[in-house]
Design a binder for this molecule. Structure first.
Ligand code: FE
Length: 330
């Protein structure tokens, strides 16, 4: 009897440490893009990664509502604006990590270490290879010129990717000039804004419009599945600030009781061995420098990215939304 009680007591003491070999990730990045890496981490370290997947606004509200009782250890999102929001609401813990600071360039992480990019997503100009010469293209602003009247396709202004792009334009050009630019784009639209970037690329291929703005990985998927797809990437503003990049990234949840383990996992995701695959699985760019790219991505050539800190996407998001609204971008 005494022996049984003793064994039960030991089991109770051991159980929490067994449970500790598990992390919970609230992720906006889609399950097929992260699950293979979560499984690989478990194979390598024994730590199991469980995930809960939803849109960033839903996950942020959930984290806020759960407060100190949350089971989440990491928050992962696909837009710098969303990471900024989570940090602003006090949901992410500042993390001091030499490995992360070395791996991730400064403009791709929160200055206070509350989130770090894990991949870069370039949002640039795409064009019809049948009807547009690259020499006709230059900057985002120039898509507002009269020559593109009735030839431009855009995605909805409700999409955070466009809000982040406009936020960085406001940072660089000022609100007044940016509003002129956006009004120019709206005046040049060939058709109502699309619900997603893939539809936009198909519209260019089908001749509905000639140019558009896209996150390059959407085109990467199409080019991978359909060699010779008649839409190509043009790197915007290479003589100026550079092409707009956004990030997917993650931060450690402020209420996590496993911050050290969560940091280890984050450092693993940012490691040389993982970065190429993490970006490559979705035709994105690694956050870390000098990492091998997918061949589809390599074919687009090297480009100069805008090195403004991506947190501007969050800081100016509300302003960008109001500006797009005023300019009539639906
Ligand atoms: Fe996307």
């Amino acid at each position: 009897m005494l022996r049984t009680v003793f064994l039960l007591l030991i089991a109770c003491l051991i159980a929490p440490s067994l449970r500790a070999a598990e992390l919970v990730v609230y992720t906006e990045r889609k399950e097929p893009l992260v699950k293979p890496f979560f499984d690989r981490y478990q194979q390598e370290t024994g730590t199991r990664i469980r995930l809960l997947s939803d849109g960033a606004p839903v996950l942020i509200e959930r984290l806020a509502a759960e407060g100190a009782n949350t089971r989440a250890d990491l928050f992962m999102a696909v837009d710098a604006g969303s990471l900024w929001q989570a940090a602003e609401r006090g949901l992410l813990a500042p993390t001091k990590s030499k490995a992360l600071d070395t791996a991730i360039p400064a403009h791709l992480r929160d200055p206070q270490g509350r989130w770090f990019a894990l991949s870069q997503r370039a949002r640039t100009i795409v064009y019809s290879t049948a009807r547009v010469k690259p020499s006709e293209l230059s900057t985002y602003e120039a898509l507002g010129d009269a020559r593109w009247k009735g030839r431009l396709c855009l995605r909805s202004s409700r999409k955070v990717y466009n809000q982040s792009l406009v936020a960085t334009l406001i940072e660089r050009l000022g609100a007044k000039r940016t509003e002129q630019v956006v009004r120019g784009w709206v005046a040049n639209l060939a058709t109502a804004p699309f619900a997603d970037d893939t539809l936009l690329a198909h519209a260019i291929a089908a001749g509905q419009c000639d140019v558009g703005l896209i996150n390059t990985y959407y085109l990467g998927r199409l080019q991978h599945d359909t060699p010779g797809f008649p839409v190509q990437v043009f790197w915007a503003d290479q003589g100026g600030a550079g092409a707009h990049v956004n990030v997917s990234g993650a931060g450690i949840v402020a209420a996590s009781r496993k911050k050290a383990e969560a940091q280890k996992f984050l450092e693993w995701l940012a490691s040389d061995a993982v970065q190429s695959d993490f970006a490559g699985v979705n035709f994105e760019y690694p956050a870390r420098r000098n990492v091998k790219l997918d061949p589809v991505v390599t074919a687009w050539g090297r480009f100069k990215p805008d090195r403004v800190n991506v947190s501007v996407a969050g800081r100016r998001q509300a302003e960008a939304v109001r500006l797009m609204d005023r300019a009539g971008w639906r």
